[in-house]
Design a protein around this ligand. Structure first.
Ligand code: PGA
Length: 249
């Protein structure tokens, strides 16, 4: 399977931030993995135009979408709009949205369904809090989120799953390689159990404080098919080093 390095810019980036994409494309013109950037919604269209000008293979994603295609939902953005603006992917159920907007598994699943119905790949995020890990509940929690958030009929072409421990996001802390491997193996087994052998091709990303210094070690783990990268995706040098590590894995 082709691996995926996905950058999540979160609520960061004015137009000048697109210079980092130009630098990334110049430094890594032909990576051996898919490279995806999810800028704030305001930049999706401009990034799409820039990618064409750069003649780059970098893919573009949104960071969230509404479950409905259109309607009276002030401030929200639909999957159809993201696609129209040039996106091919969308993140759904990121822990910051689950926390800031009280999104439930059922809502995340509805968003993923909307994304897939519009032809987007949905990157479904799951992950335990520190308290849940300390209580020994990590596998219970992520299994529940996986079952509740990933829609029926998930396939490698439509769904990516990102395991992101909440306590590892933006903190510089990561689980041990053994802890990451344990969760990824369990998620893989659950996906295959539910969707059949084809689900062995559903990409499982690790996310949470991935940086150039730990990327190679994480990418060497079984069932880690790439990364969802926050802070380190904002700098072309850092994200480029992560893309290079994934290309070499
Ligand atoms: P981080 O964020 O790489 O800054 O920890 C990851 C994410 O939230 O997707």
């Amino acid at each position: 399977m082709r691996k995926l390095a996905a950058g999540n810019w979160k609520m960061n980036g004015l137009a000048s931030q697109l210079d980092e994409v130009a630098a990334l494309a110049a430094a890594h013109p032909d990576p051996a993995c898919d490279v995806l950037i999810c800028p704030p919604a305001t930049l999706v269209d401009r990034l799409a135009r820039k990618i064409v000008l750069l003649d780059s293979t970098i893919l573009i994603g949104g960071q969230d979408c509404h479950p409905k295609p259109s309607g009276a939902h002030t401030g929200d953005i639909s999957a159809a709009m993201l696609r129209d603006a040039g996106a091919t992917h969308v993140i759904v159920g990121h822990s910051e949205r689950r926390a800031d907007h009280a999104e439930t598994d059922a809502q995340v699943r509805a968003k993923a369904e909307a994304a897939v119905s519009q032809g987007l790949v949905a990157i479904v995020c799951i992950g335990e809090t520190e308290a849940e890990r300390d209580a020994g509940r990590t596998l219970d929690v992520v299994r529940g989120q996986l079952a509740g958030s990933v829609p029926a009929g998930a396939a490698p072409e439509t769904i990516v799953v990102a395991y992101e421990p909440v306590w590892a996001i933006g903190t510089g802390r990561t689980p041990t390689p053994a802890e990451i491997a344990e969760v990824h193996a369990d998620l893989r087994a659950r996906l295959v159990q539910r969707f059949g052998p084809g689900a062995s091709g559903i990409r499982l990303l690790y996310g949470g404080s991935v940086k150039p210094s730990n990327a190679a070690e994480i990418f060497a783990l079984p069932h880690v098919d790439g990364a969802l990268v926050g802070g380190a995706s904002l700098k072309a040098d850092d994200f480029g080093a992560i893309v290079a590590a994934l290309s070499a894995a």
